[in-house]
Design a binder for this molecule. Structure first.
Ligand SMILES: Cc1cc2nc3c(=O)[nH]c(=O)nc-3n(C[C@H](O)[C@H](O)[C@H](O)COP(=O)(O)O)c2cc1C
Length: 196
């Protein structure tokens, strides 16, 4: 059955970067494999498909990955999530350099597929680019030809996130006193610069 436009839009709107999670609800290894499976159907430049994944839900490894990640640069007052608000699983996206050096836009397409698949099963996520590559490689014993490219943090959300329209050009997300995370997005009329 095909997804309607409204259903797809709802899933996209719902797929917000989440940074506080329910620590008591695991994602599960089978679910992580399903999310990775979704990435196999993405378009791929030259169809090389050079991206690989390490899936992590072992609690000890999950705990050791957290300090290698940098969260929410704009939330300067936030000390970071408390131990009981941290992600319960991770996926590390890697470039298999034996297959390709350049990945064009395969990375973003696959990250979107991965996180949308997760969201379709009620799992929230955050794509993370700022992380300590040598430390993460050591923790996960990543082989030399596999280059860590992104980390996806996953879990069941423990925060409310609201989409907002950008005001006065300010694109920075913020957290209000009631703990709600607000994410400004540009309006359609701003991003369509030609309608001929
Ligand atoms: C390429 C990319 C890199 C990102 N890196 C980080 C990161 O290192 N740490 C983080 O907390 N969030 C990171 N994010 C999440 C963005 O902050 C988030 O997408 C943005 O604030 C908009 O929120 P939204 O995803 O809910 O629309 C990244 C997102 C993308 C697409």
């Amino acid at each position: 059955m095909a997804l309607s436009y409204d259903q797809l839009l709802q899933l996209l709107r719902d797929n917000r970067s989440t940074r506080r999670f329910r620590h008591d609800i695991p994602v599960g290894a089978d679910a992580l494999r399903r999310f990775a499976d979704a990435t196999r159907y993405c378009a791929s430049g030259r169809n090389l498909q050079p991206l690989k994944y390490i899936l992590v839900d072992d609690p000890k490894l999950v705990d050791s990955i957290f300090p290698t990640l940098q969260w929410a640069g704009y939330l300067t007052d936030w000390e970071g999530s408390a131990p009981d608000e941290r992600p319960t699983a991770y996926a590390v996206q890697l470039i298999d350099t034996s297959l390709a050096d350049s990945i064009l836009c395969d990375d973003g397409l696959q990250l979107e597929a991965f996180t949308l698949a997760a969201r379709a099963e009620g799992i929230s996520s955050c794509i993370i680019k700022s992380f300590n590559i040598p430390r993460l490689s050591e923790i996960l014993s990543i082989r030399a030809h596999l280059k860590p490219h992104y980390v996806v943090a996953l879990g069941v959300a423990a925060e409310e996130i609201r989409l907002e329209e950008i005001k006065d050009g300010d694109f920075k997300y913020w957290r209000s006193e009631d703990g709600v995370h607000h994410v400004p997005k540009r309006p359609l009329d701003e991003i369509i610069v030609g309608d001929k």
